[in-house]
Design a protein around this ligand. Structure first.
Ligand code: IPM
Ligand code: MG
Length: 372
């Protein structure tokens, strides 16, 4: 029996291409693993009305880790229109499978390292080395949303909230509410994860990203907890910035930042920005990490127009594999893989279209494998 069971979740679009590339690298590195395919993605939404079918949920209960490609998602109405005729009248609501997976398995840490590998023509600066900790289960992603707004809810808000007065006479189908819910527990554990990481890897500073001056209840809570947690980590500087200013500072002075921690939506935003600083989404990798399961993925979407063309840069996915190896406790293999990636980037002989070359995803994977 293999040492590890890994769920293999290509999804759709270019997710399939980049996971094919990842397999080349994994085979070369010789991880003692069984890879078990899981159905997930747009085709299952259209055929079954569920992009993340129950059988795949069950599979994830029985694996050590998962590698996930990408999934096409569309706004609710467009998604409903693509269901097979038999499912058209059932009022099915499209839900993002990856968001659901994060919540279902309590994958509360979204870890997104953004490190520049020298020689990449797309680097903003060759020495950028940021690590983002994004809260992954709550905040504006809680899924508590109303459109139209039920009468009951507007009555309660009229009673409890002064600022709500200006909305109370708006017809209920003329506004919508999405709730930003942040718990003490959820905030504290992601902030602690960021500080633990900083301590373990000798990082000097943790920057909390928020908008506590305006979004006082939830972001205020997040910031207060960060101040408390920071007291337990002498030697690590606590820094904080508003999300708007943060986007500017990250562009202006990316080298001044080290570890960043943010509630879900701000983390989503700064992780795309930071990925661009180190070459774009072709280089952004992501780990969704819980207590019992972790799911690794490139941060990019499914890029449907490139599906099956093997055009997309697989480095983001290959770096996600490196994160998976580290998480499984196979750090030696993870280090070998990372230096193979660094070598290929430095040599610059194999480059995908985003890097100005015309190599395929598979060429890139073969080049990395050849350095292992
Ligand atoms: C990400 C993505 C997802 C998110 C989408 C695909 C739902 O942007 O992983 O950053 O918003 O979390
Ligand atoms: Mg995102």
């Amino acid at each position: 029996m293999a040492k590890y069971k890994i769920a293999w979740l290509p999804g759709d679009g270019c997710g399939i291409d980049v996971l094919d590339a990842a397999k080349i690298v994994l085979d070369k590195i010789g991880l003692d693993a069984e890879y078990i395919h899981g159905d997930i993605g747009w085709e299952f939404w259209c055929k079954e009305g569920e992009a993340f079918p129950e059988r795949t949920v069950e599979l994830l209960k029985n694996v050590d880790a998962a590698l996930f490609g990408a999934i096409t998602s569309k706004p609710v109405k467009e998604a409903a229109a693509e269901l097979i005729p038999e499912l058209q009248n059932q009022n099915l609501l499209y839900r993002s499978p990856i968001v659901r997976m994060r919540q279902l398995f309590d994958l509360y840490i979204c870890l997104r390292p953004c490190k520049a590998y020298p020689g990449n023509p797309l680097n903003f600066k060759d020495t950028i080395d940021l690590v983002i900790f994004r809260e992954n289960t709550e905040d504006l992603y809680s899924g508590v949303e109303f459109n139209p707004v039920p009468e009951k809810l507007s009555d309660v808000l009229t009673e409890l909230s002064k600022p709500f007065a200006k909305f109370k006479d708006v017809p209920n189908d003329q506004y919508a509410i999405s709730c930003k819910i942040n718990t003490h527990h959820g905030s504290e554990r992601i902030i602690r994860a960021a500080f633990d990481y900083a301590k373990k890897f000798n990082r000097k500073k943790v920057t909390v990203v928020h908008k506590a001056n305006v979004v006082r209840a939830t972001d205020g809570l997040f910031l207060e907890i960060a101040k408390d947690v920071a007291k337990e980590y002498p030697g690590i500087e606590l820094d904080d910035a508003n999300i708007d200013a943060m986007t500017m500072w990250l562009l202006k002075n990316p080298l001044s930042y080290d570890v960043l921690v943010a509630p879900n939506l701000y983390g989503d935003i700064i992780s795309d920005l930071s990925a661009q600083l180190v070459g774009g989404l072709g280089f952004g990798c992501s780990g969704n990490i819980g207590k019992d399961l972790a799911v690794f993925e490139p941060s990019h979407g499914s890029a449907p127009k490139y599906a099956g063309l093997y055009k997309v840069n697989p480095i983001a996915t290959i770096l996600a594999v490196k994160m998976m190896l580290d998480w499984l406790g196979e750090k030696d293999k993870g280090d070998i893989l990372e230096s193979a990636v660094a070598d290929v980037i430095k040599e610059g002989e194999v480059r995908t279209y985003d890097m100005g070359g015309d190599n395929t995803s598979l060429d890139m994977a073969e080049a990395v494998a050849s350095k292992i």
